[in-house]
Design a protein around this ligand. Structure first.
Ligand code: FES
Length: 362
């Protein structure tokens, strides 16, 4: 570990998340949810647990982890759903420079004499993020609010993959297409819009349809959902690609699913925009998310959801994590087990009704 890595290594997941919360107002809305979601897709506590496990493969099996959970295999791409991804090369270079020059400097904020130690240390972390984000923004002549989120992600990536891997990554950026080609303000506006239901749309009830964007950087990265339908059901109807060939977890559609009853954690998704158009989190979904380890606060419309439970009443933008698992109890503690409900829920009935309606239309 170089000195900068040792400095970053002092911060636990709580410190990172608290620092991120404090910095949220300085992050442009286009990347505000995206940055919070990324930090949940790559939780530091889970990384440290696996890193120190005597038998990592056994721990991975115990947590039923499937998919690509290793950040070191996706240094340049894990954040491709952020607007700030386009600045990644410059962010990565600036962080690498900072890490190399850090050995001759102390942190940019010295400890203040009045507060407690943790607050001072967190201020140092926040200041590193802000200073690096500012240097990149100045260099690229863009607003700093667009570089704060991707810089925080860059520093966490360095923490988890180590300096050598970080520096040696190519820094490749995926060119923006689709919605991501628009300005940050236009993207925020587009996410808020709902599909037009036609001239007599106000008369429509159950046959309203909404667009779910699962890849904002591709024109084709979307599918349709019936009003009040769970997101996973709409995803399963989109058979435009061979999803299974792209991800072994995707037996039904672009969103991996298994149980469809909030029991397995396979279908978790991040909500980039339109969280307010989804059903409130029910008690069971909330409790299960804690058991799985998908760590977030208690907002009624949070930025992480189970796609088999969240029903939409408008268009939404989502991001699908590259892996899933069940690790909350071991990693975070403080979760209570709950009884699983019978599989025959009203959600299952709705799925059936919609499937029959779609069949009879053909
Ligand atoms: S498919 Fe199992 S929790 Fe959603």
């Amino acid at each position: 570990m170089n000195r900068f890595e040792s400095f970053l290594d002092k911060f636990d997941e709580n410190s990172w998340l608290k620092s991120l919360d404090d910095l949220l107002p300085t992050i442009h809305e286009v990347d505000r949810n995206a940055t919070q979601i990324w930090f949940r897709f790559y939780p530091l506590t889970l990384f440290k647990y696996l890193q120190s496990a005597e038998d990592k493969a056994a721990a991975v099996r115990k947590f039923v982890m499937q998919g690509n959970y290793e950040l070191k295999n996706q240094i340049d791409s894990s954040h491709k759903f952020l607007y700030g991804h386009r600045f990644w090369k410059e962010v990565k270079d600036e962080i690498a420079n900072r890490a190399e020059s850090f050995s001759s400097e102390s942190p940019r904020v010295s400890k203040s004499a009045n507060g407690n130690e943790n607050d001072d240390e967190d201020a140092n972390l926040k200041n590193e993020i802000k200073q690096i984000a500012k240097a990149v923004a100045d260099k690229l002549k863009v607003n700093e609010s667009l570089t704060v989120g991707i810089t925080a992600i860059g520093l966490m990536t360095l923490t988890q993959v180590g300096f050598d891997h970080f520096k040696n990554a190519a820094g490749e950026v995926i060119a923006p297409h689709g919605l991501m080609k628009k300005s940050p303000e236009q993207i925020v506006k587009e996410r808020a819009k709902n599909d037009s239901q036609g001239l007599l749309g106000f008369l429509k009830t159950i046959d309203k349809q909404w667009t779910v964007r699962y890849d904002e950087s591709a024109e084709s990265g979307k599918f349709k959902l019936m009003d009040d339908e769970e997101i996973a059901s709409g995803a399963a109807r989109d058979q435009s690609q061979n999803w299974l060939a792209q991800d072994a977890r995707c037996g039904e559609g672009v969103i991996p699913v298994e149980c469809r009853s909030a029991a397995c954690g396979t279908c978790w998704i991040g909500i980039l925009g339109g969280a307010e158009k989804l059903s409130d989190v029910a008690t069971r979904e909330r409790k299960q998310m804690k058991i799985f380890g998908y760590n977030q606060g208690d907002a009624p419309k949070p930025f992480l959801r189970l796609a088999c439970q969240a029903k939409a009443n408008g268009a939404v933008s989502i991001v699908i994590p590259p892996w899933n698992g069940v690790f909350g109890k071991k990693i975070y503690g403080n979760v209570e087990e709950i009884e699983l409900e019978p599989a025959t829920t009203s959600a299952a009935k709705l799925r059936e009704t919609i499937a029959n309606a779609v069949k009879s239309e053909k």
